[in-house]
Design a binder for this molecule. Structure first.
Ligand code: 3Y8
Ligand code: NAP
Length: 260
């Protein structure tokens, strides 16, 4: 595969900002094509899944840290395949790509749209989701991960079912809660069984898009349950792809646009 930078063919050295199902699929495609690259994780969880490319773990140290990394490692293309809620990383990627004139593309996924039978209440952010829980006690499936659990502390009246990638290192801030330690991608039938077993009345979810987190949304629809759907944060303008093939085409397409 010939990879271009502008109009000339070059030896590629890619940096993929990972942590999603799509990032893993992209790394598989790149490895199968023999392209050289590194996939990067923030180090949020104890054991990130093994990747088909060499991986690095940990922050870069802000925009300048990422720019320095791009230069020091002679990265030829930056691919931001992070989660739609990883907005700080995505902002940093846009700025660092501009600073270093590194071509950038984001591999992302469209937001979920409500289907017949869905009962969603859209809220703009985590704080609005917390406000939406200011209501009489019920059983809540809070499947938004670990990082924002403390934000939900103001509504202790509920019984929370928490799904976390790793066992909590500190007790969750809820007097009544159960913890399920599990990592996606999840299946609708098992999410439906989980929600029935815990008599869930309400689901709180990020509008993550993709397939890995959708099981609870489909299960809520099947069970006729309401969903508090958290809209994704705004991201800066950047070139976006919605499947691996688009990224592979961008890499080989003559006259690759330089970043944003
Ligand atoms: C560390 C790396 C792959 C990637 C798989 C996707 C799917 C399964 C579903 C629920 C929702 C949630 C959460 C979720 C899913 C995929 C994808 C996705 C949601 C891993 C992973 C890392 C993380 C970080 C983790 C967050 C948390 C969010 C759990 C790997 C497993 C809730 C997002 O404990 C923590 O600190 C967890 C932090 C960021 C959100 C939060 O605020 O807590 N993901 N998830 C990445 C890094 O270190 O850079 O081990 O694979 C990846 C995946 N999680 O290769 O197959 O593509 O989205 N991840 C959400 O969407 O709401 C779970 O439970 O229903
Ligand atoms: P974030 O808030 O946007 O980023 C905060 C800081 O974490 C970044 O400024 C960067 O630190 C570091 N970071 C984030 N992603 C990184 C990566 N892939 N490689 C190296 N450093 C990274 O990010 P987040 O929401 O915590 O997400 C962290 C990771 O989890 C990402 O890989 C994301 O794809 C994955 N993930 C997140 C969610 C979610 O719901 N947020 C869901 C699924 C997967 P420096 O400034 O020091 O460089």
């Amino acid at each position: 595969m010939i990879v271009t930078h502008g109009a000339s063919a070059i030896t590629p050295n890619l940096l993929i900002l990972g942590g999603t199902t799509e990032a893993t699929a992209l790394c598989r495609a790149l490895a199968d094509t023999g392209l050289t690259g590194t996939v990067s994780f923030a180090g949020r969880v104890d054991r990130p899944v093994r990747q088909p490319l060499p991986q690095r773990v940990g922050g870069f140290g802000g925009v300048q840290g990422l720019a320095d990394y791009l230069k020091a490692k002679k990265i030829t293309h930056l691919i931001d395949a992070t989660h739609p809620f990883a907005s700080q990383m995505s902002r940093n990627a846009v700025e660092a790509a501009l600073l270093t004139d590194t071509p950038l593309i984001a591999l992302t996924r469209a937001p979920w749209a409500a289907q017949d039978g869905d009962n969603w209440r859209h809220v703009p952010d985590i704080a609005a989701a917390v406000a939406a829980l200011d209501r009489p006690a019920c059983n809540v499936l809070l499947a938004v991960g670990r990082m924002h659990l403390d934000d939900f502390a103001p509504n202790p009246q509920h019984h929370y079912l928490l799904r976390l990638v790793d066992p909590p290192k500190t007790p969750p801030p809820f007097p009544r809660h159960d913890v399920i330690v599990d990592r996606g991608p999840f299946r609708e039938d098992s999410d439906r069984e989980l929600m029935e077993a815990h008599e869930i009345d309400l689901v709180v979810s990020k509008n993550s898009g993709g397939t890995g987190a959708y099981a609870k949304i489909a299960a809520a629809r099947a069970l006729g349950l309401p969903v508090v759907m958290i809209d994704r944060p705004a991201l800066p303008d950047r070139r976006e792809a919605f499947d691996v093939a688009e990224v592979m085409d961008w890499l080989s397409h003559p006259g690759t646009e330089r970043g944003v």
